[in-house]
Design a protein around this ligand. Structure first.
Ligand SMILES: [Zn+2]
Length: 526
């Protein structure tokens, strides 16, 4: 694969690359939410209090807010318009019988009623007008009641009967960063960008539901029950001991520090699996939970092992997992994806997965805790910064553990399955590079002309390019440089130029020829 990078004409020059000294800042946005599930209406009713700390040097007169449940409201949303562009999307939209939306909003800022203005184009974005300017260094409390009707599940959030996937479910501030505001509509093809903050969420729902969520369950009696049941299930061969709840409602309290989103999943039929992971000697062990149904494929019985092996592998390659819990949830089939990631918890949509495929998909989704949960990039604009970098590590994981690759599995010849992981990866990347694509890696999510191009370019082509980086710069050095990038940008918002600057600082050289790869259209020359 050497010729691949030589064609990029790499020229190393020893220049000096000092630490970027420009003043970095980012906002802090925390949420305190009380919400109740109505499992007849399939809706959420609650109240949110957002603490917005303006750490920017600028005075703000408004805050862009995302009201993403409105993406599911009607055919005028950016989400619906994106689906309507393809025959498959049209069919999906037609078959979604139950819409979603958010209403009952009434914003106040520091207790003073505040108006919202509609976005000129998007029905799921509004501008919250601040009654008084928010000066640099100051903070405001933004409060509003809300009612979210969850749609029939088809994209990321919603419900299938009384199984609930509460994702993108509450009014949330758009990111304001060094480059300005980033309001964006919810899209099917195109992920997110969020500020960091602390979440304190109380969920009230009927007593027979099991809830998995971003964060640690503070409700001691419930937590002890999950741990006891989960430990018992993991120890037994049947693993079918169901949760027996109480009659009447219960309120579960979750807390998550320094995260960029909060999702939760509720189902009466979840089988709980529990284990712990002692990642750092002497540190508190990490709680590992898996939630699946009794009719899930066999692989779910090893789900906590897969999660643990993913966290160990990524922690070793990139840097330690920083959260107190890590969880995977068995979800319904999804035409767009095999899973969807949230901080500390991930939904897996692979109802027919083999054990190996389930392990690799869980690993990919758990891997997103590094990119974009711990390294908070703008996924909508630069999909490669989370999906591409994550796929590079996913491919490493599947090669090292199974001598396979999730996408190419069946076409991998048997001799490669007994050779080294390095041999396999070289063959995998050569094979990926032969798949014809036309767009550069440096393409915004919504600008990829097809689902295939999105998957092949943002995910796999990025991983090919990072492999070229690795071969060019040396495997050990490149992987160490990635650890350095992670250390520098953990819980911050890097842009592509920051990634480049980090690597150039590490290697003390101009990497413009390698970085030109991000703008290459079509396959790399070999
Ligand atoms: Zn992904």
């Amino acid at each position: 694969m050497k010729s691949l990078f030589l064609s990029l004409g790499l020229g190393l020059s020893l220049l000096s690359y000092g630490q970027d000294s420009s003043a970095y800042w980012q906002q802090k946005v925390s949420y305190r939410i009380e919400v109740a599930l109505d499992d007849k209406e399939h809706g959420l009713r609650g109240n949110t209090q957002m603490t917005y700390v303006n750490k920017s040097p600028d005075t703000l007169s408004f805050i862009w807010m995302h009201l993403w449940p409105n993406a599911y409201k009607d055919k005028t949303s950016a989400y619906a318009k994106q689906l309507l562009r393809t025959a498959k999307g049209k069919a999906r939209l037609r078959s979604t019988k139950e819409n979603g939306f958010i209403d009952s909003l009434s914003f106040s800022v520091n207790g003073i009623p505040a108006a919202i203005e509609a976005h000129p184009e998007w029905n799921d974005v509004v501008r919250l007008l601040l009654p008084a300017p928010l000066k640099s260094g100051d903070s405001v409390q933004v409060q509003t009641p809300f009612h979210t009707k969850l749609p029939a599940y088809s994209s990321r959030g919603g419900h299938v009967g009384q199984s609930y996937m509460a994702c993108q479910w509450f009014p949330k501030a758009a990111v304001y960063d060094r480059k300005g505001w980033h309001p964006m509509p919810y899209l099917d093809q195109g992920e997110f960008y969020y500020d960091y903050g602390d979440y304190d969420v109380r969920i009230t729902l009927p007593g027979d539901y099991v809830v998995g969520a971003t964060g640690v369950l503070q409700t001691e009696s419930e937590r002890n029950k999950y741990i006891a049941l989960g430990t018992e299930n993991r120890a037994s061969t049947r693993r079918d001991k169901a949760y027996t709840g109480t009659t009447g409602n219960k309120t579960l309290h979750f807390v998550a520090g320094n995260v960029n989103d909060f999702a939760w999943f509720a189902d009466k039929k979840f089988i709980i699996e529990y284990d712990t992971l002692q990642l750092v000697p002497g540190a508190p062990p990490i709680d590992v939970f898996a939630y699946h149904h009794s009719n899930a494929v066999e692989g779910w019985q090893q789900a906590t092992d897969y999660i643990k092996s993913a966290v160990r592998a990524y922690s070793g390659w990139i840097g330690d997992y920083a959260f107190p819990t890590v969880q995977a949830v068995e979800g319904p089939n999804n035409e767009m994806s095999g899973g969807m990631e949230y901080p500390m918890i991930t939904l897996i949509n692979m109802p027919d997965a083999t054990d190996t495929a389930l392990d690799i998909v869980i690993t990919h989704e758990v891997g997103h805790n590094w990119f974009p949960m711990m390294v908070g990039t703008n996924e909508r604009a630069f999909t490669w910064m989370d999906e591409g970098i994550n796929t590079y590590y996913e491919n490493l994981y599947s090669a090292e553990k199974y001598r396979t690759n999730l996408v190419l599995d069946k076409s991998i010849p048997s001799y490669l399955r007994i050779n080294s992981a390095d041999d396999l990866l070289q063959a995998v990347y050569q094979a990926f590079n032969r798949i014809p694509t036309t767009q550069p890696i440096n393409t915004a999510a919504a600008d990829f002309k097809s689902e295939d191009e999105y998957g092949l370019v943002a995910y796999q082509k990025t991983s090919i390019l990072l492999y070229i980086f690795e071969v060019t710069l040396g495997k050990a050095a490149f992987r160490d440089a990635m650890r350095n990038y992670f250390r520098e940008w953990q819980f911050r918002h890097p842009y592509p130029e920051d990634f480049r600057a980090s690597l150039e600082r590490y290697f003390k050289t101009d990497l413009k020829d390698l970085f030109a790869g991000f703008d290459v259209k079509g396959p790399f020359k070999d």
